[in-house]
Design a protein around this ligand. Structure first.
Ligand code: FAD
Length: 384
């Protein structure tokens, strides 16, 4: 079979998941990343069973690496901010694995990226390639970079370039993401320091007095560390960053009235990172005859359902399944439409649901999110 020449813009979780899946499907895949190298930024990723199941099909080395460095939260617990009352408890661990075919894993973002990068041929990732201009023609796409190199001609271009995607702008025009008025604090503390807090090896969400106010904690680095993720409304801070330091005193101030167990977590923090949260509305379509989008490029969302990376991984799998066996550029448009048709309703529902911040507050059925199988979901016949 002839393979398609596919370019993926962006070597984040979505781009590398798609690249692995497309390479596995036999295509000639190149990844273009603007950074000079992989950076160890961020701390956590909470991968729910649907995301881990999608990841598992990308190869045994990825599955093994994710399990070797990830932690497996015992439960998913909701507690009320002031009384500490437990309002829901879902068993995760082995029980989730039995039910959904994969466990929940909480993993350092850089460890997940490394697992995805190690499984993909290194010579097929080009660093220092910032996509600048994209032009679609009848038989493919050409892409130009800021380094003044010759444009590259491709059969398919995948935009995996995050919330500020230039591929998305090339397809649909410029439109800035919206600041949500919410900021997020992230900290990692040694678990030893907070071992007195009940259920410290569980994923626990403290629901605050307003919809934006919450503290989430879960184990990281196989339980040796505890990750703390807190959000609150704050209109005056607009900086979006994985690396900007925040103030621990400010963090503690926001949650000063919370239950002593929640405050004990914040007391253990020496430092904290702070970022503003941005989002966009769902798109009604995101593919053309030779271009499509995955991950935050098409559906950036609030972190309240912890599904952004999971959706990006699922996208990559379904995209590769849609393009499997396709060897003529003229067939690409129908395959991309099939991918989009399989993904659009689910990602839009989760994008809008994440905005609401009430997922599993009082319990409820998580199966439609956690039970999704990206490797088995039916692909409809679609025409352009
Ligand atoms: P990105 O990670 O943004 O990657 C885009 C890549 O494209 C980057 O490497 C970038 O350098 C590159 N790029 C950008 N522009 C260009 C260009 N012009 N040319 C070339 N390369 C380019 N999700 C979860 O599933 N679970 C969680 O627990 C979770 N927690 C989160 C907490 C916070 C505070 C935030 C903000 C998000 C969280 N998410 C979570 C969401 C998750 O981080 C994102 O959905 C996910 O990282 C998106 O991956 P991506 O590959 O689509 O985009």
């Amino acid at each position: 079979m002839n393979s398609l020449k596919i370019g993926v813009v962006g070597a984040g979780i979505g781009g590398l998941a798609a690249a692995n899946a497309l390479h596995q499907a036999g295509h000639d895949v190149v990844v273009f990343e603007q950074s000079r190298q992989f950076l160890r930024v961020g701390a956590d990723i909470n991968l729910t069973p649907n995301a881990v199941r999608a990841l598992d099909g990308l190869g045994s080395s990825i599955a093994a690496a994710a399990r070797a460095s990830g932690a497996r939260p015992t439960h998913r617990i909701s507690r009320t901010w002031d009384s500490g009352e437990e309002t829901s408890r879902l068993a995760m661990g082995d029980e989730a694995e039995r039910k959904y075919g994969a466990p929940q894993l909480t993993i350092h973002r850089a460890d997940l990226l490394a697992a995805l990068a190690d499984a993909f041929p290194a010579e097929r990732v080009q660093f220092g390639k910032r996509a600048q201009a994209i032009a679609e023609q009848a038989d493919g796409v050409s892409i130009r970079f800021t380094d003044d190199s010759e444009p590259v001609k491709l059969d398919v271009l995948i935009g995996a370039d995050g919330i500020h995607s230039v591929v998305r702008t090339a397809m649909f025009g410029a439109e800035s993401p919206r600041f949500t008025g919410v900021v997020a604090f992230r900290a990692v503390v040694p678990t030893e320091r907070v071992k007195g807090v009940p259920n410290i090896q569980a994923f626990t969400k403290w629901w605050g007095p307003t919809p934006e106010s919450q503290i989430v904690t879960f184990p990281l680095n196989q339980g040796r560390d505890t990750f703390i993720f807190a959000t609150t409304a704050q209109d005056s801070w607009h900086e979006e960053s994985w690396t900007t330091e925040g103030s621990v005193a400010e963090l503690r101030g926001f949650y000063g009235d919370f239950h002593p167990d929640a405050r004990a977590l914040l007391e253990a923090c020496d430092s904290v990172l702070k970022t503003a949260l941005y989002e966009r509305d769902p798109l009604s379509r995101w593919s053309s005859a030779h271009m499509t989008l995955v991950g935050d490029a098409c559906h950036p969302m609030m972190p309240f359902m912890a599904q952004g990376a999971g959706m990006a991984i699922e996208d990559g799998v379904v995209l590769a399944r849609s393009l499997a066996g396709i060897d003529k550029p003229a067939q690409v448009g129908a395959a991309l439409a099939r991918y989009e048709a399989a993904r659009l309703a689910r990602t839009s529902q989760i994008q809008v649901g994440s905005r609401g911040n009430n997922w599993l507050r009082e319990g409820g059925n998580a199966d439609w999110v956690y039970g999704y199988d990206a490797w088995g979901v039916p692909l409809e016949i679609a025409s352009m």
